[in-house]
Ligand binder design. Structure first.
Ligand code: SF4
Length: 376
């Protein structure tokens, strides 16, 4: 299978989006964020293109405004705010960097590396584009520009798959550098914040990155593609055909009757009424229990009926004793159950490779459908 890094990222964020893009080959209308990101990346390439006289700030701003595309914005206000954000990013970049000082090895460097699955010998190709590779004083730096608002934690950068894949691609081109991993830096440059988050990789992490790719390929080959609603949906061009969003667009509805619209509204209102009744019920319960305590009674009477207080007890077993009883009968294992919540709690302290092994051990137990409400 041939898979680009962005396709893998897409599959991990929402496998349905991956299907729309890569299997159904539906062309996604470019969002304003994507258009903006492409232009900022283009400007960074313009800034660092090797030349005798590197472009000054005015030249970079000139490039940015000449290539600006107004068509993707809904109104003037939105366009003005995006334009000034781009200008601020470039200004900040010049403030924090002396562009002539970098020794650029490659810009928007395309790669395609092969991975062989040791289980079945299948040959796969990963492709992608590395924004920038620099020669540093004693090694190299691989940089990926980001135009998003949200910055990850250092821990996420240290385990970022994209950077590992890029480093693997770099090593495929310069295999001798595998002996100098401590001199190769991988960085995510968050242009909105003017902050570069850097990290390094071990050989083990690079091997794990390949395994993760193989795991994702195995998942894709299962052919199950489910929508995953996240804030990234705001940037997704497939909302009109996605089962999680298409009902929002009236023109996409097959049945649009007043009866069903009223049922949806009534359901939402009834659910809030139930929630408020539950709160009211708990308050009444507390008041009556307190009164019973003060009166020293177990039952109270009114014209509507009688309320009685009952004591409910729950028991738990002493694990040590139970084990001593059941183990000789070979029944101890059958009463043990993996506690999913406890497992989730210890995941963050496990080494990355163990976390991946745990993820691989996950199997679907049962599934059911329920209705959840997100109020406007
Ligand atoms: S709108 Fe969201 S859930 Fe639907 S395909 Fe796009 S990313 Fe996935």
């Amino acid at each position: 299978m041939r898979l680009s890094y962005s396709a893998l990222d897409s599959f991990q964020n929402c496998s349905l989006k991956y299907k729309f893009q890569n299997i159904d080959k539906i062309k996604e209308p470019k969002s304003k964020e994507a258009v903006f990101g492409t232009l900022v990346h283009g400007t960074m390439k313009f800034i660092h293109n090797p030349s005798l006289l590197p472009p000054k700030l005015e030249d970079a701003l000139d490039y940015f405004s000449k290539n600006w595309n107004s068509d993707v914005f809904e109104d003037e206000l939105e366009e003005r705010s995006a334009f000034s954000m781009g200008v601020a990013m470039i200004q900040q970049y010049y403030k924090n960097n002396i562009v002539s000082e970098y020794n650029i090895v490659d810009l928007e460097s395309r790669f395609a590396i092969e991975i062989i699955d040791p289980k079945n010998g299948a040959n796969h190709t990963i492709s992608g584009i590395i924004d920038r590779i620099d020669k540093t004083e004693d090694g190299y730096e691989i940089i990926d520009y980001k135009t998003t608002k949200k910055m990850p934690s250092q821990d996420k950068v240290d385990n970022d798959l994209q950077l590992s894949v890029y480093l693997n691609a770099f090593l495929a081109r310069y295999p001798k550098e595998a002996a100098n991993l401590d001199k190769i830096t991988v960085s995510l440059y968050y242009l909105k914040h003017g902050v570069k988050l850097s990290s390094q990789r071990s050989l083990e992490q690079l091997k794990n990155a390949n395994q993760l790719f193989l795991d994702v390929i195995a998942e894709i080959e299962k052919g199950i593609f489910v929508p995953n609603v996240t804030p990234l949906c705001d940037w997704c061009g497939f909302q009109k055909i996605c089962p999680m969003w298409k009902h929002k667009f009236k023109e996409e509805r097959k049945i649009d009757s007043e009866e069903i619209n009223a049922a949806i509204g009534d359901y939402i209102n009834l659910k809030s009424a139930i929630a408020s009744t539950k709160t009211q019920f708990a308050e009444l319960q507390e008041k009556i229990t307190k009164y019973m305590e003060q009166e020293g009674v177990e039952r109270v009477f009114s014209d509507e009926g009688i309320i009685a207080q009952t004591l409910r007890k729950t028991y738990k077993y002493d694990e040590k004793q139970l084990r001593e009883i059941l183990e000789p009968l070979d029944k101890w294992e059958s009463v043990l159950k993996v506690d999913g919540i406890a497992l989730k709690n210890i995941m963050s302290v496990l080494p990355v490779s163990t976390r991946q092994d745990v993820e691989r051990a996950r199997v679907l137990d049962k599934e059911s459908k329920s209705l959840t409400i997100k109020k406007k």
